[in-house]
Design a protein around this ligand. Structure first.
Ligand code: ZN
Length: 235
């Protein structure tokens, strides 16, 4: 697919952030040179993906946003901040628990895993189906919510860690006196109707499950923290 001019600018900025920079006599990279940038309209705006070594973005978001260069830098470095400095290991725990659970389930019930890999001509009994539902329910409603809650503070604080990393570097290397204004510009873009529908679906789903409180700090708090710490108004 043809890249829009806004996306081309995003790629140019991304490439520049991966280039060598000198800081205190050492070569540094604001974004890891091996990191990739890809569009993925499944994500709401931007997301750092450590497992796949990439930062993904929502194409509509970038095109509609018409963000200035320092705002794009802020957002990209923020996502890099999540990958480099983020302390939350929630995904790892969830996968680990899934593996442990699958093994346990296999030995306890000797079937839920079988159901997934079973061949079509084998008969699946009612008790096998019920115990599989039980296992899935335990996982979704008890195990993962517990991990989620134990990680809530870490996920909450990771947003500030990523913001600080972005603000510090945009200020240092791109002479940005108002990093908070860049974050504000990014956060103030209203989602499109289509995206709003998706956000609503996620919120409804979270309400139904009831056990996954949103960990994102509000935009106001984030902006205020960056403003206090990094803005340098010209007097
Ligand atoms: Zn973030």
């Amino acid at each position: 697919m043809e890249l829009s001019s806004e996306e081309k600018r995003l790629y140019t900025i991304f490439k520049d952030l991966k280039s060598d920079r000198i800081s205190e006599g050492q070569i540094i990279h604001l974004i890891e040179p091996k990191r990739k940038l890809e569009h993925d309209d499944g994500c709401l705006n931007f997301q750092g993906d450590k497992l796949r070594n990439k930062i993904v973005y929502n194409r509509n978001y970038v095109i509609n946003g018409k963000f200035d260069d320092n705002t794009l830098r802020f957002v990209l470095i923020h996502e890099e901040g999540h990958i480099r400095k983020g302390k939350s290991k929630i995904l790892l725990y969830i996968i680990l628990m899934l593996v442990i659970f699958a093994i346990l389930a296999f030995y306890l019930f000797n079937n839920p895993v079988n159901i997934i890999i079973t061949t079509m001509d084998e008969q699946i009994s009612l008790s096998q189906i019920l115990s599989s539902i039980l296992i899935l329910g335990l996982y979704l409603f008890i195990i993962i919510p517990i991990i989620w809650r134990f990680n809530w503070d870490t996920m909450f604080n990771d947003e500030f860690i990523a913001d600080n990393y972005a603000a510090e570097n945009v200020q240092k290397f791109f002479s940005e006196n108002y990093p908070s204004a860049k974050l504000n510009q990014f956060l103030s873009l209203e989602p499109t109707v289509q995206e709003q529908k998706r956000i609503n679906t996620i919120l409804v789903l979270m309400k139904i499950l009831g056990s996954y409180p949103d960990y994102h700090p509000s935009g106001c708090i984030r902006i205020e923290k960056v403003r206090e710490k990094y803005d340098k108004p010209l007097s």
